[in-house]
Design a binder for this molecule. Structure first.
Ligand SMILES: C[S@@+](CC[C@H](N)C(=O)[O-])C[C@H]1O[C@@H](n2cnc3c(N)ncnc32)[C@H](O)[C@@H]1O
Length: 218
């Protein structure tokens, strides 16, 4: 387990530490996140919201919302008429996000692999920096759930950490953030998304070390 993961109260019940697991220390996560993005966090997340294609009136589900940064930025864009629901299995993260929620934003304790939302109830499903936190054996189920809750024609945006190829930088990521970030199999994401029934429409990289993937539910 990496230093940051220990500090953030990460837990996963996996002896091999193959997922980032739940984050429990919400305030500390906010601090790490703000420092990690070096003062550009809003700009980076607004860029991801733009990549998601969020527009006024959209109903959005944000998977692994954590303290709610993506949900809050998206909630601004989907006004008027739209709403954002953030889900995360960590109660402290959901409490933190709910305290800062905009009027058209709600937060629910739930895991991506077992969503409480009904079929075909969203126009857009998003997830930022959270897929590597879901245990590997539950990721296919999580993508199947994202597909289920999207309306036909609905969109998916996933953005996650892209580990450095440089050996020293990669080891540093492992020491600070843990195995799941160091070995995040980001190159497998497109295949897994297609496997869940989505049509992949785009992908690319964003500063700092983010990879994103856009898809639609046919
Ligand atoms: C690195 S944080 C990202 C939070 C936020 N999306 C952001 O971009 O700042 C990863 C989040 O995934 C959550 N998580 C862990 N297991 C999960 C699961 N099975 N389903 C959904 N989210 C999960 C963690 O609790 C944590 O809040």
């Amino acid at each position: 387990m990496g230093l940051a993961q220990r500090l953030l109260g990460g837990s996963h019940g996996h002896a091999d530490h193959s997922s980032g697991g739940l984050i429990r220390r919400a305030r500390l996560y906010e601090w790490f996140s703000a420092v990690g993005f070096g003062g550009f966090r809003r700009r980076v997340f607004d860029g991801l919201v733009a990549l998601s294609g969020a527009k006024p009136g959209d109903e959005v589900l944000d998977i692994g919302c954590g303290t709610g940064i993506f949900s809050r930025r998206a909630a601004r864009v989907v006004r008027p008429g739209g709403r954002v629901v953030g889900i995360d299995p960590s109660p402290p993260m959901i409490e933190y996000a709910a305290r800062r929620a905009l009027a058209n934003c709600t937060f629910v304790i739930a895991g991506a692999e077992d969503l409480p939302q009904p079929d075909a109830s969203f126009d857009l499903v998003t997830s930022s920096l959270a897929i590597h936190h879901i245990p590997p054996e539950l990721r296919a189920k999580a993508l199947a759930e994202a597909f289920r809750v999207l309306r036909p024609g609905g969109r998916l945006l996933i953005a996650d950490f892209r580990p450095p190829r440089n050996r020293i930088a990669n080891h540093l990521v492992g020491a600070v953030s843990g195995h799941a970030m160091q070995h995040n199999p980001i190159h497998e994401l497109a295949g897994s998304v297609r496997g869940a029934g989505f049509a992949v429409t785009g992908s690319g990289d964003r500063w700092p070390r983010l990879h994103y993937l856009q898809a639609t539910r046919p």
